[in-house]
Design a binder for this molecule. Structure first.
Ligand code: FE
Length: 199
């Protein structure tokens, strides 16, 4: 059996990405300006705020919440959020009994139009392996200590299903507007490694 190379035997991801980009540009397969524009858009323009708007709307509008759970891609499009890496959005809802979290065990599939680019820990092999093997311990290390009475479901994202968590609306936020609610919603809560707090 051939032994697989270990990740520390490779050059850094940055060098490998640069080499890949250089090759694609050289072969005329990618326009570097298009690539830069793409990266800029997701780093600077999108960020996790789009996802937070979706969550806040679902909290204040129960019909929207139902549409979101039935067809995430379409419901996000209603708010203008779609496009590359935003197809096949599947929304799962946290409840007092069930906590959901998202991983991509294979690579780093992630709903870009809702959350921007994935954080480094999401792409980390340790997160990808441990979220499946020992989600409760991992969440605790990340600052979310769930009582044993709460079940945990881990959703494995892929190009076919990009999971997005609808967190629970925190208590004490009854008087807040949709915009004020959106400000409470963090990226980590929409990946399922945190809960939303009243601030
Ligand atoms: Fe992936």
């Amino acid at each position: 059996m051939t032994e697989l190379p270990r990740s520390e035997d490779y050059p850094s991801p940055q060098i490998r990405v640069e080499a890949l980009e250089a090759l694609l540009v050289e072969r005329g397969l990618v326009d570097p300006n298009v690539l830069d524009g793409f990266i800029n858009r997701y780093v600077n323009d999108v960020g996790p705020m789009n996802g937070a708007k979706v969550v806040a709307k679902a909290w204040v509008d129960d019909d929207y919440r139902k549409r979101l759970l039935a067809d995430g891609t379409e419901a996000c499009k209603e708010l203008g959020f779609g496009g590359p890496q935003g197809e096949h959005i599947v929304v799962v809802e946290n409840t007092p009994e069930m906590h959901n979290m998202v991983v991509c065990t294979l690579c780093s599939c992630y709903p870009w139009p809702l959350l921007g680019l994935p954080p480094n820990w999401y792409k980390d092999p340790a997160y990808r392996a441990r979220s499946v093997r020992e989600p409760r311990a991992l969440l605790k290390e990340m600052g979310l200590d769930l009582p044993d009475s709460v079940e945990i479901t881990v959703w494995d994202s892929s190009a076919e299903n990009r999971y997005f968590i609808l967190p629970m609306r925190p208590e004490g936020t009854e008087g807040l507007s949709e915009d004020e609610l959106a400000k409470l919603v963090s990226r980590d809560a929409m990946v399922g490694v945190a809960q939303v707090t009243a601030g």
